[in-house]
Design a protein around this ligand. Structure first.
Ligand code: AMP
Ligand code: GLY
Length: 424
């Protein structure tokens, strides 16, 4: 199989690492890829949102499967674009259609979908300038804190959690007046849910599905989950509270009705569903859907899939997903993200990175914000490297990654050393 992977982050390096191990792979291409992925296949300088160039490349190079890493091409309709063209409609795009991508691209769409299919989630109301008074009334009916979400994609910044009612009301007004541009012309107000979160990943062909290993990510920059939100400072898998009983509830109350709803709505959906789940007194509820794998969860989850991931993609391609097995690795996995000092605010690029070569077979160094200059690797982003390890326990996996993160050097490097603190 000739497979094209779209994206350029740590998530794509981890996906590529797993895909490249498959005996089914004849050739792996990554567009645009990164310093790490070039050791696994061939990086191609095409923007994942340039559908014309992608289709031309796939035809010329006999690519039969395209795996989409990030959400932007999905929300912009990469799946539909391939299907609309006679020369590319035979290609399997692992990722939902534009309609399906609305589960991530529109909070309002996702909430209405959950309500329709009785999927447990926070109470909500969808507000525009036209019914702002209803928004104020709904806020008054809720208890603090107040959750406001921009309807559209905001690179993870569109959710505000506010302590006072006055603040919530004025923020609602601000958002509707364009605080996040077009993305916040509709705002979803939600009841606040209190609990602990985990990330559940599902691979589906729209009919059958497989649940991948569960992970938990750590979003805040500071130890003890303090400070600003980031793209993700690390992840662990498995997650102890997501035990068999909890996951059976997730399967029957969330995953099955989600896949059923996708069918009922006639949505073409071959790909990953990422369900952000919160455990409220051991009852799972949905915080959000994403239509792709998570980053940095993927950098833990890929380590814990023992089966051939490409065989699952093939199952999606030929309608035999239900016959395929997904076997989990029983070891623990942990990912520690090394960032540039200053991130998620201002930081500098271009510092030399040393010590990335692997010394421990249980540890992998995935690239995210790096670039190469001759033989030298330089920092080139906020999140620089994702250091992932196996261990017999969560702490052993984390310690392996911390050890490697200490050996890797670049100016102003920073990483959290307390991951998993809330699971002990
Ligand atoms: P989202 O982009 O919808 O995942 O929201 C970002 C983060 O805000 C989530 O990961 C949660 O930690 C938090 N959050 C979102 N919605 C709620 C809610 N209804 N109750 C409590 N926390 C929430
Ligand atoms: N780790 C959360 C995300 O990928 O959105």
């Amino acid at each position: 199989m000739k497979l094209l992977l779209l994206g350029s982050g740590g998530r794509e390096h981890a996906l590529g690492w797993k895909i490249a191990q498959s005996p089914l792979i004849e050739q792996l291409y990554i567009a645009p890829g990164n310093v790490g992925t070039q050791t696994l296949g061939q990086n191609i300088a095409i923007d994942p949102c340039d559908f014309t160039a992608l289709k031309e490349f796939c035809c010329k190079n006999e690519v039969t499967v395209v795996v989409v890493g990030p959400e932007a091409p999905l929300v912009q309709g990469v799946y539909d674009s391939f299907k609309a063209d006679d020369s590319t409609k035979h290609i399997t795009v692992i990722g939902p259609s534009k309609k399906g991508a609305q589960l991530e691209g529109s909070k309002e769409f996702a909430k209405a979908f959950m309500q329709k299919y009785n999927i447990p989630t926070a109470k909500y109301k969808s507000i525009t300038q036209n019914n702002i008074e209803e928004g104020f009334e709904f806020l008054e009916s809720l208890k603090a804190p107040y959750v406001l979400k921009a309807d559209g994609l905001c690179a993870g910044k569109g959710v505000l959690i506010l302590d006072s009612l006055d603040e919530a009301k004025s923020e609602l007004q601000e958002m509707l007046s364009g605080r996040f541009g077009q993305a916040s012309t509709t705002v979803v107000i939600e009841e606040f849910l209190s609990g602990i979160e985990c990330s559940v990943f599902v691979l589906t062909d729209g009919i059958d599905y497989k649940i991948l290993p569960v992970a938990k990510d750590y979003k805040r920059i500071g130890e003890g989950d303090t400070g600003l939100n980031t793209g993700g400072m690390g992840s662990i898998s498995p997650v102890h509270f997501a035990d068999e009983v909890f996951m059976e509830k997730v399967r029957t109350r969330i995953v099955e009705p989600t896949v059923h709803g996708i069918q009922k709505e006639n949505i073409d959906y071959l790909g990953f569903i990422f369900v952000g789940v919160i455990s409220v007194d051991n009852e799972p509820m949905v915080i959000e859907y994403n239509v792709r794998m998570g980053d940095p969860e993927t950098e833990s989850v890929m380590l814990r899939i023992k089966s051939d991931l490409v065989e699952l993609f093939q199952g999606i391609q030929d309608g035999t997903l239900q016959d395929k097995k997904l076997v989990e690795d029983q070891r623990h996995a942990a990912c520690v993200v090394m960032v540039s000092g200053g991130y998620p605010e201002e930081f500098k690029n271009g510092y030399e990175i040393t010590g990335t070569e692997s010394t421990n077979p249980d540890t992998l160094v995935f690239h995210s914000g790096t670039k190469s200059q001759g033989e030298t690797i330089l920092t080139n982003g906020g999140r620089v490297l994702a250091v992932s390890s196996y261990g017999k326990t969560m702490q052993e996996a984390l310690n392996n990654s911390y050890q490697k993160a200490k050996e890797i050097n670049f100016k102003d490097k920073y990483f959290r050393t307390d991951l998993g603190f809330d699971l002990k």
